[in-house]
Design a protein around this ligand. Sequence first.
Ligand SMILES: [Zn+2]
Length: 67
Amino acid sequence: MYRLSKKQHGPKCTFCKTERATHRTKYFAEYSCMHQECLDKAYSAEQHREESENNLTEADYQTWNQL
Ligand SMILES: [Zn+2]
């Protein structure tokens, strides 16, 4: 998770869609405001994304290995 600087006028929170975002996940995939509920969702979304990336890398590796 990355904290948005005050200069970056963030878009709205991906989760509650009412507050301004104060944090973003990797690759700007999701934005979160300062509410704990939204932060929790953003954290798990980011974690989930990293896990699927790891799976993809693993699959690619296996594909290359077979060639
Ligand atoms: Zn929110």
